[in-house]
Design a binder for this molecule. Structure first.
Ligand code: GAP
Length: 508
């Protein structure tokens, strides 16, 4: 999908920083890694936890109409039959019989090479921001190589899912550049299968959940019966989901094991669903801004009516401008009462509420904001990353890498730096401050190396503030420290009380 040189450079720089500073590692790296699986290192786990905790606080704890749950990853297999995942949670898979590469047919594009009104052959390209341009270039190359005379028509880009039986053998494989090796697309179910118990036969088949959402639907009645929720209300959950993606790619953007933060907001069947839907889209946009994503990188994509599932009334994705293109970050779907009705039918247990006004039972409808924590993680890294020229103490220009992370999610909020590590008066004061701060905040004590180097280290980790305990702290009245601000690099003197006030204002 990338692709200007700049955007792929940015992606490379992010992957490299993520590894170098312990944000993200490849899973099982010493064994060569496993495609589509990742580990979060010491800084990464803090950043991810902060994203999740901010979401939980804002979505659940700070609202009176939403409760949280945590359901099991492996559920009764009937859940996935009722939800439609066993029959339909699939992507169209295409094999290249020669290279053994696999493609998603909806990410593989082709075009006829038409010269003087006649089809002379076909060209193909994988999905990217330049798919159209790549196909046009390939068509021109094709014409030149075959020494075809006449006028080349502009290519018409088509998805491989639309290729006819006659066309499939004529489309070149992206791997080999030659036609004849691509198979017709076939449905590939993305659920990971496992077996529960000692027997490995059809009766013990179970699935790793491909979404957390079904947990909320299956526990709907439990929540209604054991809490005092009243419509409209939501049930939220954060947890791992698993999808055997055909083409995991773009680092943690599309992986096979990932975390979702989903919320099912139940409304009356007669409620204004479009209004509730719009309110949730706005809520999600504002929340993303509250953790530091710039508005300029966000946009909306409304799924065309004809592409929606039959039960869906509308889906809007909040899109983010990643280095590899504008891609889905957060989907907000109006799902009608499909899921509860499916589970009621399959289990024989009604999933209804009672309307006091009409004295009738009904099945609530649902608005579902569903987002991947890892996708937010990648978005915040992308938006926060900057390399800039700065002057050191002697006035020499040098480069610094900085992560301008919001204090809400930064892995370390404050670094405590004694100016010298062998001056007890400085280190004692620094340690005392550190001990006090760490009760409430993630803070780091760093006494290694020149102060400028320590600032750079914290800049790269995204630490919003550094506090230096210097000679003025111990020699002058007021017990003040030097506060150095990450983004502006401005320095000022601050008291302990002012530091706590600053943190209370920005870390929430
Ligand atoms: N319950 C609805 C649902 O799961 P989805 O659009 O398939 O909808 C919701 O997934 C969100 O989960 C996506 O918007 C994305 O942020 C995240 N997500 C989905 N597949 C992912 C993958 N393979 N890797 C990382 N995140 C993924």
């Amino acid at each position: 999908m990338p692709e200007s040189a700049d955007s792929s450079n940015l992606m490379e720089a992010l992957v490299s920083l993520a590894k170098r500073r312990g944000f993200i590692y490849q899973s099982s790296e010493i064994y060569g890694g496993l495609n589509g699986f990742f580990d979060y290192g010491p800084l990464g786990v803090e950043l991810k936890r902060n994203i999740r905790d901010c979401w939980w606080r804002d979505m659940v704890q700070r609202r009176e109409d939403i409760v949280g749950i945590e359901t099991s990853i492996i559920m009764h297999p009937k859940v996935w039959e009722a939800s439609g995942h066993v029959a339909g949670f699939s992507d169209p898979l295409v094999d290249c019989k020669v290279s053994k590469q696999r493609y998603r047919a909806d990410q593989l594009f082709f075009a006829a090479v038409v010269v003087d009104g006649k089809t002379a052959g076909y060209v193909s390209a994988l999905e990217s921001e330049r798919t159209g341009a790549e196909l046009q270039e390939a068509a021109e190359t094709f014409k030149r190589k075959k020494s075809l005379q006449g006028a080349l028509e502009p290519v018409k880009v088509r998805e491989f899912t639309e290729a006819t039986e006659a066309e499939i053998p004529l489309v070149p494989s992206p791997a080999t550049g030659e036609p004849g090796s691509l198979t017709a697309p076939r449905a590939f179910n993305m659920m990971f299968q496992t077996n529960v118990g000692a027997m490995s036969d059809a009766s013990s088949v179970a699935y790793l959940r491909p979404e957390t959402a079904q947990g909320m639907f299956v526990d709907f009645k439990n929540v209604v019966d054991t809490t005092r929720v009243k419509l409209p209300f939501g049930i939220a959950q954060v947890g791992k989901s698993f999808r055997n993606e055909i083409t995991p790619r773009n680092f943690i953007f599309r992986s096979r094991e990932f975390e979702q933060m989903e919320m099912e907001y139940f409304i009356h069947e007669d409620a204004d669903w479009a209004k509730a839907h719009e309110e949730w889209i706005v809520w999600c946009e504002n929340w993303l801004k509250s953790i530091g994503l710039p508005e300029s990188h966000l946009s909306r994509y409304a799924h065309p009516k004809e592409k929606l599932a039959f039960y869906s009334r509308g889906t809007v994705d909040i899109m983010f401008k990643y280095p590899f293109g504008v891609q889905e970050l957060w989907g907000i779907a109006a799902r009608g009462n499909y899921d509860l009705t499916q589970h009621a039918n399959a289990s024989g247990k009604p999933q209804e509420m009672f309307d006091e006004a009409t004295k009738k039972k009904f099945v609530p409808h649902v608005i579902e904001p569903a987002v991947g924590t890892d996708r937010i993680f990648l978005a915040v890294l992308t938006a926060a990353y900057a390399v800039e020229d700065v002057k050191d103490e002697k006035g020499n220009v040098e480069q610094r890498t900085v992560l301008r992370l919001s204090p809400r999610i930064a892995p370390v909020k404050v670094a405590i730096l004694p100016l010298l590590k062998n001056k007890e008066q400085l280190t004692n004061r620094a340690r005392a401050l550190f001990e006090k701060l760490k009760r409430n905040y993630a803070v780091q004590y760093d006494d290694g190396g020149a102060i400028g180097k320590r600032y750079r280290r914290q800049d790269e980790a995204g630490t919003p503030w550094c506090v230096t305990i210097d000679f003025d702290t111990i020699e002058k009245p007021g017990d003040t420290f030097t506060l150095r601000e990450r983004d502006s690099m401005a320095q000022k003197r601050i008291t302990e009380a002012e530091l706590f006030a600053l943190l209370a204002e920005h870390v929430y």
